[in-house]
Design a protein around this ligand. Sequence first.
Ligand code: SF4
Length: 86
Amino acid sequence: AYVIAEPCIGTKDNSCVEVCPVDCIHPTPDEPDYDKVEMLFIDPDECIDCDACVEACPVDACFAEDQLPEEWASFAERNAAYFAGR
Ligand code: SF4
C-alpha cells in the first residue's frame, strides 16, 4: 500500500483525494473528523498501488511503502492506525 508522510502535515491539499480511483484517502473534506486531524491518510486495506496520488500531491507526501524515506518510516503505521479506529 501507499503511505502519506510528513509533508502532508499542515498541507492537506486534497489533490490525492480527487484522483484516487478507490477513494481510500481519508478524511475527505466532507467527513466530520476532517478538521480534527493534521494530515490525510491512505487505507492500506483499500489502496490498489496505482501511483496516482504520487503525481497529484503538490508536496510529494505520497510514497509506495517500499520507497518511504527512512525518517518517515513511522508513517506507515500511522496511516494504518487511523483506519483501525474507524
Ligand atoms: Fe489511491 Fe492509488 Fe494512491 Fe493507493 S496509490 S492511495 S489507490 S491514488
